[in-house]
Design a protein around this ligand. Structure first.
Ligand code: ARG
Length: 469
């Protein structure tokens, strides 16, 4: 490996000995933080422009720096830039390339900043962009769910608790349930974006600087809404990374619920759903198999995202103020959490849009599981029977129906009347899944009119690009 004199290190002045190569390999972060090159250059350009306004650079020096940084960015983008472990991280690479081109002018860029605030700023810029990217994907997934509602209109599915048949619900009610979950995810993203969108640059190593920098100017240039008020706090914290990782983990959890549900629904035991074949895989030994591997991986990858969140939480535990090198370990987990969730969303969107409900099989199954039992109980409650009593009576009727091998609607009126004198012919109006669904009325329920109203509201919300309030 090529040897460099001690002074080739940006911090080499005080050292008499060259860094051991094993240490260089061990401490490098450029293999993963090179991903931040665009943010690093963006931050450095804003910093240089501010330095010129503060007379810490001449206008000419600033222009040279801005131009050279742009050039370096293009070289990295086009793969024409050499990364070397001895330069440690992406920040050192960009600065070294600048100094190689501009000499002393390049040596002025690091005025009034440190890598500690530089890393934090670059990462904040990256988190901000990544939040926006995830938000766009989550919105597209919501649109895919809402997009199903018209085509699946009138389709009733069994709703489950404990994976046991519970009550009938409209398919659209299912789809909107996911829209609501994803809506909260979007709110969480927006909320964590607010706290990430704060400038930490210019807090320097930990204490600030004695130089006449203007941090508000830099914030404006980089589109940050605030300026971190305490240099010691700013250089020591990664809570904005933790928050983003947490929101990503919640999104992954929501996706894994969806994936699990659709894996079950696409089995021949359920037979509710046909997945788009382009999103299924086969078996190399069993010729008949069409497997939901994509959904299984969406479910499985949740583990990675939760693992990354855990890794980050453990990483920062007990770190004293301010910067500690441990913090370098924050990049890989947050990059991976983002890549994983974005990857899951990218396949989820076309799958949600492209799957087909097997309406006949679903309809044929609705008589099973006494999905209308709760509505029958509520019929009795409307007649003045106390809930606990009504529950018991209907429990007895379900038992009779099970024994007779019939649905509740298959019991003759006398059986109902034997169970309670209030029963009359109109009880059949709420029996059967379709009638049971029609009997719902409450806000937020699966009542057809309510679902229709909500579908319309969602269409409106998504077309205007707003989240719920
Ligand atoms: N590569 C390091 C990181 O990502 C930057 C090191 C900055 N500071 C230091 N004192 N070594 O965190």
């Amino acid at each position: 490996m090529r040897q460099y004199p001690v002074a080739r290190k940006a911090w080499g002045g005080v050292f008499d000995a060259r860094t051991d190569e094993r240490v260089e390999r061990f401490t490098q972060s450029v293999s993963f933080d090179r991903r931040l090159y665009a943010q690093d250059i963006q931050g450095s350009i804003a910093h240089a422009q501010m330095l010129a306004r503060a007379d810490l650079l001449t206008v000419d020096e600033c222009q040279q720096i801005v131009q050279a940084l742009g050039q370096i960015g293009r070289e990295i983008e086009q793969g024409q830039f050499e990364f070397r472990v001895e330069l440690e991280d992406v920040h050192m690479h960009v600065e070294r390339a600048l100094i190689d081109r501009l000499g002393d002018t390049g040596r002025k860029l690091h005025t009034g900043r440190s890598r500690n605030d530089q890393v934090s700023t670059d990462l904040r810029l990256w988190v901000r962009e990544s939040i926006d990217a995830v938000d766009g994907l989550v919105a597209a997934l919501q649109a895919a769910f809402v997009g199903r509602c018209d085509g699946d209109q009138g389709c009733i599915l069994p709703g489950y608790t404990h994976t046991q048949r519970a009550q009938p619900v409209l398919a659209a009610h299912y789809w909107l349930a996911y829209c609501e979950k994803l809506d909260r995810d979007r709110h969480r993203l927006a909320d964590c974006r607010r706290r990430a969108n704060v400038l930490t640059l210019g807090t320097a190593a930990l204490a600030g600087t004695s130089l006449p920098i203007d941090r508000h100017d830099v914030a404006k240039r980089l589109g940050f809404e605030g300026v971190a008020a305490n240099s010691l706090d700013a250089s020591s914290d990664r809570d904005f990374v933790l928050e983003f990782a947490f929101v990503l983990a919640v999104i992954a959890e929501h996706l894994s619920t969806w994936a699990e549900e659709w894996i079950l629904w696409s089995t021949s035991e359920f037979g509710f759903l046909r997945l788009p074949q382009a999103f299924c895989t086969g078996s190399s030994i069993m010729p008949q198999k069409i497997n939901p591997d994509v959904l299984e991986l969406v479910r499985g990858k949740t583990a990675r995202v939760v693992g990354n969140l855990t890794r980050l939480l453990v990483l920062v535990k007990g770190l004293p103020l301010a910067y500690n090198r441990d913090l370098q370990e924050d990049k890989e987990p947050i990059f991976d959490a983002f890549d994983t969730v974005a990857g899951c969303l990218e396949v989820a969107i076309p799958m949600v849009a492209g799957a087909t409900l097997n309406r006949e099989a679903i309809a044929a199954s609705l008589d099973r599981g006494y999905l209308d039992a709760t509505t029958l109980m509520e019929w009795l409650i409307r007649k003045g029977v106390p809930q606990r009593t009504a529950h018991e009576i209907v429990g007895g009727l379900v038992r009779t129906a099970i024994d007779g091998g019939v649905p509740l609607a298959g019991l003759p009126l006398e059986v109902f009347q034997e169970a309670h004198a209030a029963f009359d012919q109109s009880v059949y109006d709420v029996l059967g899944a379709e009638r049971a669904v029609a009997a719902f009325t409450s806000y937020g329920s699966t009542a057809p009119a309510e679902v229709e109203r909500q579908v319309a509201a969602w269409k409106e919300r998504l077309s205007s690009g707003t989240k719920s309030t």
